[in-house]
Each structure stands twice: as structure tokens, then as C-alpha cells.
Design a binder for this molecule. Structure first.
Ligand SMILES: [Zn+2]
Length: 114
């Protein structure tokens, strides 16, 4: 399950930061995930809740922000935002496209109690 490994990595990173910094509690985590990764945000929140039981992140809210897939066409220069994951320029039909965004995976905001 892809969501499990991503969520596990978020929880692990947040908890190790928390331990290092000496925070007492994690309240909220906002993660940015690129649309190419095709994850299910609800599933990630659900997995997160069970993963952080009995840790300083217990009860914290995991919000997932999906970053749209943006393509730059190397043939005509058109930049498009795609809902699907097809590598095709909608303007000229060229497959010579470059991915500008859509593969992100990082913790954007961490709200804690110190
Ligand atoms: Zn094009």
C-alpha cells in the first residue's frame, strides 16, 4: 500500500523532529503531495491516526494538499495543468513534455506545542 509507506515516512520524520526539538505535542501536519503520486488523502489521514497512537502526535490532524500536475511542452512552449497523468501537450499534441510539478512529497507545515 503506497499510502502506508508515505504516511509512515511523514509520521517518522515529524516524530523525530519532535524528539530532537523537545516539543511536547504535535497538533497538525500539512503535507504537500504531487498529483502524479495518485494518493488517497482520506486513507493517509486514517493510516496516520492509527500510526501515531501513544506518541506525541496522537490526536494530531494530518492534512494533505495535492499539488496539480504541470507540464511544459518542449515543442510549442505551452504550460498545462493536468488532472490525469498523461504526458501529452493539450495544445499541440506533442509528447515531448517536461514535468514541472506533480512529484512533490514534503512536510509543509508542522504545528506543535513546545
Ligand atoms: Zn505543445
Amino acid at each position: 500500500m503506497y499510502e502506508f509507506s508515505l504516511t509512515n515516512s511523514v509520521a517518522g520524520t515529524a516524530l523525530s523532529l519532535c524528539k530532537k526539538a523537545g516539543w511536547s505535542k504535535i497538533r497538525r501536519i500539512l503535507v504537500k503531495v504531487g498529483g502524479m503520486r495518485k494518493i488517497n488523502p482520506e486513507l493517509m489521514s486514517f493510516i496516520f491516526t492509527s500510526l501515531v497512537k501513544d506518541t506525541p502526535a496522537e490526536g494530531a490532524l494530518l492534512s494533505v494538499m495535492i499539488i496539480p500536475v504541470t507540464l511544459h511542452c518542449c515543442t510549442c512552449g505551452h504550460v498545462s495543468v493536468r488532472e490525469d497523468t498523461q504526458f501529452l501537450c493539450p495544445s499541440c499534441g506533442s509528447r515531448n513534455v517536461q514535468l514541472l510539478s506533480g512529484l512533490e512529497f514534503n512536510i509543509e507545515v508542522l504545528e506543535v506545542e513546545s
